[in-house]
Structure formats: structure tokens, C-alpha cells
Design a protein around this ligand. Sequence first.
Ligand code: V0V
Ligand code: CO
Length: 148
Amino acid sequence: MLPLLTRIDHVGIACRDLEKTAGLYQATFGLEVVSLEVNEEQGVREAMLQVSADPAAAGGTPGYVQLLEPLGPNTPVGKFLARRGEGIHHVGYGVSDVRQALAAIGGTGIRLLDERPRHGSMGASIAFLHPADLAGVLTELVQPSTRG
Ligand code: V0V
Ligand code: CO
């Protein structure tokens, strides 16, 4: 079987205060915010902090820390914060074709939270897999944007 996952794209971290937490990660690790977006469909305000300053050194594509602040209590991240507090919310893996990956993974019986791709950070196409079927980890597939 071909490896479907090409790389670790990001670690998603639920936080209560996006600016404060981004400042903490910047002060502690020197990470820079490279993208700041509101995603209404996902109910979040999110920041991507690039982990490698030199993508070439990381094999061409950097990884990210994604900080997630909920847009309200009745959103995935809002519910997570209420139930568990701040912490790791999901892991995002790179895939070369998210539709193909969904079809292949769906065929194994793992529950797909998205039957078709959604709009993700920085123009990516994303889809989520159910945490209860993957050792308690909410898992995201990320097909990065091909636009510059
Ligand atoms: C909830 N649960 C989780 C979890 N969230 N387990 C592991 N990781 C998480 N992040 C567990 C929770 O502890 C309960 O387990 C159970 O699921 C039901 O909890 P709930 O609060 O009632 O939650 P649900 O069922 O309403 O929704 C949970 C799911 C939902 C995972 C289905 O959050 C979802 O569809 N998430 C996908 C979308 C998303 O998360 N978007 C935000 C990131 P027990 O206690 O019953 O055992 S957006 C993003 O990453 C973007 C835009 C990007 O990267 O570009
Ligand atoms: Co994500």
C-alpha cells in the first residue's frame, strides 16, 4: 500500500487568546506568524506559525503550529476548550490528493467527518477523520495550495 501521508503539515492547538498565545510561541521559540485567518465554516480564528525558517532545509515544505481560537462556544474548538481546556486539538498530515486519500481511507472503515474537501488555511483543501477511530486523535488531511 502506498503511503498516503507525505509529511506532518501542522499541529493544531486550541487556545483561548490567539494573540497572547502567538506572542508566547514567538517569544519562546522565535516562531513567526505567517498567516492569520478567520474560517467561519470551521468556527475559528487561526494563526499559522512556520516552524522552519528555511523551508529548503526542511525538505522543501515547512511544518506549522496552528493556533486555534474559537469564534463561539458552540464550535468544534469552543466545545473542546470547555471540555478539556487548552491543548493539542488535532494533527494535520500532508497528502498529495485529498479526494483520493478520502476514498482510500473511507474504504478502510475509518469514519470521515468530511465526505468532500473543505477550505483550509492558506488555500489548502482539508478534510477531517473521526478521532474515536484513530486512537483519540482528531486527524486532518491537508492538500496544500499549489498557488505560489
Ligand atoms: C471532541 N472530541 C475529541 C476532539 N473533539 N477527541 C479528540 N480530539 C478532538 N479535537 C471527543 C470528545 O472528547 C468526546 O469524547 C467526543 O469527541 C464528542 O465530543 P463533543 O464535544 O460532543 O464533540 P462533537 O461530537 O460535537 O464534535 C467532535 C468532532 C468535531 C471531532 C466530530 O469537533 C469536528 O467535526 N471537528 C472537525 C472540524 C474542526 O475541528 N475544525 C476546527 C479546526 P467522549 O468524551 O465522548 O469520549 S479548523 C482547521 O484545522 C483548519 C481551518 C486548517 O487546518 O486549515
Ligand atoms: Co488544522
